[in-house]
Design a protein around this ligand. Structure first.
Ligand SMILES: *Cc1c(COP(=O)(O)O)cnc(C)c1O
Length: 485
């Protein structure tokens, strides 16, 4: 015992530390400190600013250094990281982070990620981590059931995010519908579809001429008439339509494309039906959302993004498909050294279902948070966000200062300052609303930026954080009114 203590009291051998190890007492101290830092941060989040502002130059001055040959104590490094790095980032879990898609996260999943990294679980193949593969299968099966996908035949995988899920989906669609020659293939999506789809199409080597951007109607939903016209015209011109990407919740306005009608077109035309539900699909857990998302079960492939509205910390996205064999048909490429660990058919090697070989154990956090809180809690949290946006809509409609530009839909709402007592030109309104957003960002009190809808500059709030209150929002709205003049 005495001897152990003597060893423990040696100074940290952080230079020439061939084994890259800390002593046990250092590990415990630093580990507890990290947990305390996270908990302190979360408990004091609403007293912090959600917005960080710093120029490249300022960050260079603060952080730039040559690669250090010699190490420091872990305490010093942690203090530095806490003070200079973590303090200079936006907090997307902050109750007044309204922009983009907030990242509320949850503590149980933070612990799950910590465990997954601490054990460094390899989630590529069955043989290396049978239980991790099984948990991924079980969690995917829960999601398949939730979205009414075929439970026996269906499949999917967890990805780094929605972008990778969309890429995986479009690669699969092309493999199954076009084979090797996709020179005439044409793909359809609306002008509100997420940019990650365009990125994926570019990565896959399609030309710009192979993409049709279908205009949306006044409610930002894909125009079915224009979609039909585009497909018919492409057929007449000798092109090969192969895939429609519908949005189940556009990021801009929460608009849902007419899923049932698009499903019927896909069926009649033998097209692949991909739904990008990265933003909105999780709303199926609320009563209103489930009603609005009818038809989602008809997709061939569906992107969902648990690190958005299923409250997971980054990164975890997800792709579901009606038939798990579609994924292996697309991605299985035998590597000789993996031959010995090929599982049988029911023992899935997820490296055969997507792009990555080495994969972290992403399923664990979703699994553990659902196990801990129960689906009921998730249902409540999601319904709360949907209702909160509706409450804000009512609040704005009662005010003489604000105009609702796109009503609350799947917890997103767009509005602008446009007082009834003063007549501003469109140009002045654009400038005013941009000024409001700039001023509130400058104050760092709320993350609230503009978007452009029907050529108007508007403010957009995405209210999926279950810890955002109506008071947080009305305080921000009052703050915004103070910036006019
Ligand atoms: C966020 C989003 C994506 C991209 O997902 P990432 O997780 O950011 O890669 C794709 N589609 C939609 C509709 C989104 O909202």
């Amino acid at each position: 015992m005495k001897q152990l203590k003597a060893i423990k009291n040696q100074s940290p051998p952080n230079t020439d530390n061939r084994r890259l190890e800390l002593r046990e007492d250092q590990m415990r101290r630093a580990g507890y400190k990290v947990i305390d830092t996270i908990i302190d941060h979360q408990l004091s989040l609403d007293q912090k600013f959600p917005v960080a502002i710093a120029s490249r130059n300022e960050m260079d001055i603060l952080l730039e250094e040559p690669m250090p040959e010699d190490g420091l104590s872990i305490e010093k490094v942690l203090d530095f990281v806490d003070r200079d790095i973590l303090a200079n980032c936006d907090y997307l879990a902050h109750p007044k982070s309204y922009s983009f898609v907030p990242g509320p996260g949850n503590f149980v999943s933070v612990l799950a990620d910590t465990l997954a990294k601490g054990f460094n679980i390899f989630s590529g193949g069955w043989a290396t981590s049978p239980a991790a593969a099984e948990i991924e299968i079980i969690t995917l099966n829960w999601l398949l059931k939730l979205f009414k996908f075929p439970s026996k035949k269906g499949g999917g995988l967890f990805t780094s995010g929605g972008s990778m899920a969309n890429l995986t989906a479009i690669a699969t669609a092309r493999r199954l519908r076009c084979g090797d020659d996709f020179s005439k293939a044409v793909i359809y999506m609306s002008d509100q579809a997420h940019s990650s789809n365009i990125k994926a199409i570019r990565v896959l080597g399609f030309k710009k001429e192979q993409v049709r951007i279908i205009p949306t109607d006044l409610e930002f939903k894909m125009s079915i008439n224009k979609l039909k016209n585009a497909i018919a015209r492409d057929r007449l011109e000798g092109h090969s339509p192969f895939c429609i990407i519908a949005s189940a919740g556009t990021t801009n306005t929460g608009a849902i494309d007419p899923l049932n009608e698009i499903a019927a077109i896909c069926k009649a035309e033998s097209l692949w039906f991909h739904i990008d539900g990265a933003y909105g699909a999780a709303a199926i857990l609320s009563k209103k959302g489930a009603r609005q998302l009818k038809g989602i079960e008809k997709a061939d492939s569906l992107t969902i993004d648990p690190h958005k509205w299923l409250y997971q910390p980054y990164e975890i996205g997800c792709l579901l498909v009606r038939d798990h064999r579609w994924l292996s048909k697309t991605f299985m490429a035998k590597a000789e050294y993996l031959r010995d660990i090929e599982g049988n058919k029911s023992e899935i090697n997820f490296y055969d279902h997507g792009i990555q070989l080495t994969r972290c154990f992403r399923a664990l956090k979703l699994y553990m948070s659902i196990k801990t809180f129960g689906l009921k809690s998730f249902r409540k949290a999601i319904s709360y966000g949907v209702d909160l946006a509706e409450q804000l809509e009512a609040h704005l409609r009662m005010s003489p200062n604000w105009e609702v530009i796109s009503p609350a839909s799947l917890a997103v709402i767009n509005f602008r300052y446009n007082p009834i007592h003063t007549k501003y030109s469109e140009k002045e309104l654009d400038a005013l609303n941009q000024k409001i957003s700039n001023a509130i960002i400058e104050s760092r009190k709320a993350l609230l930026v503009t978007t452009i809808l029907h050529e108007k500059i508007v403010l957009r709030m995405c209210l999926i954080n279950p810890r955002t209150t109506l008071k947080d929002i009305t305080d921000t709205i009052s703050e915004c009114e103070g910036y006019v003049n």
